[in-house]
Design a protein around this ligand. Structure first.
Ligand SMILES: NC(=O)C1=CN([C@@H]2O[C@H](COP(=O)(O)OP(=O)(O)OC[C@H]3O[C@@H](n4cnc5c(N)ncnc54)[C@H](O)[C@@H]3O)[C@@H](O)[C@H]2O)C=CC1
Ligand SMILES: O=C(CO)[C@H](O)[C@H](O)COP(=O)(O)O
Length: 298
């Protein structure tokens, strides 16, 4: 079948590669000409504008968006919409907020699939895990492409109606934050505890048969191999956070406690703060009630 892909960055190029390798025809567009050239080198037909892109797609257009979540999705849909009919299908494979996907599905002239994509650029060779929401017929129409982009037929499924795909991916990311935090805390205690331990050796040993083995733990091992057991000059600063924030917001709305995910998110925010006001105030308050020594900045 034929697929149009818009957004040819870290993830979009993998969608292109795997779809081409699956024996399908791909038309590729990105605002960045170099990204289009890379896709063309991988076997896609390049497009130099949205008009050129839609012109190269046949009837019953199948389009995969892999642009950054937010404004880029709306801008692309705005440009595409005049060219779309109800027989066409648009997939948003990015990390869009699920409520926005429901709104976009309502507004879009084509059938709209919200597709949570997991696996990241490092998972390109095995394929992604795809969590899809939207009309059943559209999911079935795209199944040959999902088979190619995912690890295979078991690597994708329709989660439910519009929004359900990005909802499941949002929660997936919350779990990702908590798992990262759990590994981080365990290694921190091991690194600063009572024995002189080798983090790389522990990660390798755990990855071979331990209950807590996982891909994230393999990535811990890789990090210790590449950075050293003390993580060298890797900074104490964690970026990102939007999908984890949405997960916590949703848990509050649904009154479902997610303390581990919340704590992981809070630690991430904390990593961006130097000299936390709350800690400075606690330091000063101990003087207030107990005349304890106030530690002061040099
Ligand atoms: N990198 C990752 O590990 C994962 C990323 N995602 C999601 O996938 C989406 C894409 O992520 P990446 O590939 O990492 O981003 P990226 O920044 O590597 O690539 C984005 C591409 O979109 C292009 N672009 C931006 N606006 C455009 C527009 N209006 N029209 C056409 N092209 C446009 C950019 O030129 C760039 O080539 C995001 O929503 C991200 O959250 C999902 C799972 C994993
Ligand atoms: O979806 C992903 C992995 O599953 C992306 O890598 C995402 O960017 C991770 O979230 P954050 O940037 O908040 O760490």
């Amino acid at each position: 079948m034929q697929l149009g892909v818009i957004g040819l960055g870290r993830m979009g190029q993998i969608v292109v590669d795997r779809t081409v390798n699956g024996g399908h025809d791909v038309v590729a567009f990105d605002l960045d000409d170099d990204a289009v050239t890379t896709a063309a080198d991988a076997g896609a037909t390049p497009a130099d504008s949205i008009a050129d892109f839609v012109g190269q797609l046949g009837a019953d257009k199948r389009i995969w968006l892999m642009v950054p979540a937010g404004k880029a999705v709306d801008a692309t849909l705005n440009d595409l919409d005049p060219h779309l009919t109800e027989d066409d299908v648009v997939v948003d494979g990015g990390n869009s907020k699920f409520q926005r996907s429901v709104d976009r599905a309502d507004a879009c002239s084509a059938a709209y699939l919200d597709c949570g994509t997991s696996g990241g650029p490092a998972g390109a060779e095995v394929g992604f895990s795809l969590m899809i929401g939207g009309p059943e017929w559209a999911y079935e129409a795209l199944t040959p492409v999902f088979d190619a982009v995912a690890t295979g037929p078991d690597g994708h499924d329709r989660m439910g109606p519009s929004g359900a795909g990005h909802y499941v991916k949002m929660v997936h990311n919350g779990v990702e934050y908590a798992l990262m935090q759990a590994y981080g805390e365990g290694f921190e205690l091991l690194a600063n505890g009572r024995y002189d331990l080798d983090m790389e050796s522990i990660a390798r040993t755990w990855n071979n048969g331990a209950v807590i083995r996982s891909w994230l733990l393999e990535l811990c091992e890789e990090a210790f191999v590449e950075e050293g057991s003390d993580l060298g000059d890797v900074a104490d600063h964690v970026a990102g956070g939007s999908t984890g924030t949405w997960t916590v917001q949703e848990s509050l709305e649904q009154e479902v406690p997610v303390p581990l995910i919340y704590q992981a998110l809070a630690e991430r925010f904390d990593s961006r703060n130097e000299g936390r006001f709350s800690r400075r105030l606690a330091n000063r308050l101990r003087y207030g009630f107990g005349r304890h020594h106030v530690a002061r900045n040099e």
